[in-house]
Design a protein around this ligand. Structure first.
Ligand SMILES: Cc1ncc(COP(=O)(O)O)c(C=O)c1O
Length: 474
């Protein structure tokens, strides 16, 4: 597929027919191209094929680096054909070939109440009548801010941004501004978005690709980033001893989801709170993934440990782009225009993201939601582990609330080094087998899985049945 005059031979029979022109111009290469797509889905089709996904993805590779807008979607670490999604609803998703999947990715976390929830969609439609972006204060920001402040123990004041990456960038600048110190400790395998200071042995996509960090990140951006293995108290003590008086913050995923699913040892979070207090260092929980997922008040409610600052994202935007950082008022009042630390955003606090967030959190406030998440996720992970062991595989894993994961190793897995002992080749084969059985897991060993309120007993049983079948043939 060349970059000029693109035309994709895909047609919908019961979906929309669309065509889009992509005018491209640059000073040296000036040309225009048009993409015409008609995708057809045969409702009677029973066999698993990804022919249309393949065609669309091949076209995408000419248009976007690797065919995607975020690396892990390209299936590089599991191999095989990435699926191109047509629609989502509840706990299920459909690709453009008409295959249906039980989804355990949930758009990487936001879909905790189920995809395309009717109430969220209706609220969005109402908000849209008033416009999509104001670039000025709106009441919806107050409502979501109030909900976040009431829910998350550490947050007395919040700033909304547009992604988790932005939230982590902002919170790091704030910690440095408040403490007048520059160094930060992060943990190997924890991912805090793709801002330069964090791209040192980052987890998730970078780990999967086997890159120690990323070209293009200047040494000056990472020189103040210190790293330690997760759950390693001695390593953190050593860093504090070596860099006395220099450490602005310790940032971590309170439960890791970006190196696979890894829980903190019982004493680890308490230790971090103690050592940060003793050294006038700020403790930052990156709850972009765990916020409103492990409990309504996030990991800090679940573990009963209140950090100084917190980042959020994913769920609080209900599937629209959002992020947030917050903490004690005295710290947050450093942020412009209340204080001197600059941070801004054209679309920050936009009415659509606020609306989706508000209605998602409302649903999560209903009685029994987190008990339900815990119940179905426990059944799921126990079923998968039992099936794996019964088929003779080394496997370990676990869950908290609606977050889970497993590794192809006996374990235990306490940090990223342990996680890397997993048989990733076996994971890739398992992954592709499950996909063919209609189960969509995160396409990397080093990602957590997510359940939501719309996952049914039937979904869980079908997934376990599929796993039993796939494990036997690995
Ligand atoms: C813990 C954590 N922090 C930060 C981020 C970055 O968020 P975003 O992808 O919205 O930039 C992620 C994304 O998965 C994450 O899991």
């Amino acid at each position: 597929m060349a970059g000029i005059g693109l035309s994709l031979p895909l047609k919908f029979t019961h979906g929309p027919t669309f065509s889009s022109s992509i005018p491209r111009s640059s000073s040296s290469r000036c040309y225009s191209s048009s993409v015409k797509m008609t995708v057809s889905v045969d409702e009677t089709k029973k066999t698993f094929t990804l022919q249309k996904s393949e065609e669309a993805f091949n076209a995408a590779k000419e248009l976007m680096p690797g065919g995607v807008n975020s690396p892990v979607r390209a299936f590089r670490s599991v191999g095989g054909q990435p699926i191109v999604i047509d629609s989502v609803k509840g706990s299920h998703m459909w690709d453009i070939d008409g295959n249906e999947y039980i989804d355990y990715v949930g758009s990487w976390g936001p879909a905790i109440i189920g995809h395309a929830d009717d109430e969220v969609l209706a609220a969005l439609a109402e908000t849209m009548k008033k416009g999509t972006s104001f670039g000025a204060p709106c009441l919806l920001e107050n409502i979501l801010a109030q909900m976040v402040i009431s829910a998350v123990p550490s947050i007395e004041m919040v700033r909304f941004v547009n992604s988790g990456t932005e939230a982590c960038m902002g919170v790091l600048r704030l910690a440095r501004a408040f403490t007048c110190k520059m160094k930060v400790i992060k943990f190997e395998g924890c991912y805090h978005g793709h801002a330069d200071p964090f791209l040192v042995k980052a987890g998730s996509g970078v780990a999967t690709l086997g890159l120690p960090d990323s070209p293009g990140v200047p040494k000056s951006a990472t020189i103040d980033t210190l790293t330690s293995p997760y759950n390693d108290i001695t390593a953190v003590e050593n860093l504090f001893n070596t860099h006395k008086g220099e450490i602005a913050a310790v940032i971590l995923e309170p439960v890791v989801g970006n190196a696979g699913f890894i829980t903190p040892k019982p004493e680890f979070l308490n230790f971090l709170q103690k050592i940060t207090k003793e050294n006038d260092t700020l403790l930052i929980f990156d709850e972009v993934m765990t916020g409103f997922r492990l409990a309504y008040g996030g990991a800090q409610e679940y573990f009963g440990i209140t950090p100084d600052l917190t980042t959020l994202g994913k769920i609080i935007g209900g599937g629209l782009p959002v992020g947030a950082y917050g903490g004690r008022q005295e710290i947050m009042e450093m942020v412009a225009p209340a204080g001197p630390m600059y941070q801004a955003g054209t679309l920050s606090g936009n009415p659509l993201a606020m609306t989706a967030g508000i209605h998602t959190l409302k649903r999560l406030q209903e009685p029994g939601t987190y008990d339900y998440l815990d119940k179905v996720t426990r059944q799921l992970i126990e079923g998968i582990l039992d099936a794996g062991k019964a088929a003779g595989h080394e496997i370990c894993g676990g869950h908290i609330s609606g977050m889970f994961g497993f590794f192809f190793t006996d374990g235990p897995v306490y940090n990223f080094e342990d996680a890397k002992k997993s048989d990733t080749g076996k994971f890739a084969r398992f992954y592709r087998g499950m996909l063919e059985e209609g189960v969509y897991l995160a396409p990397s060993q080093f990602e957590a899985g997510f359940t939501g309120l719309k996952h049914t007993q039937e979904d869980i049983q079908r997934t376990i049945d599929a796993a039993e079948k796939v494990f036997k043939n690995l």
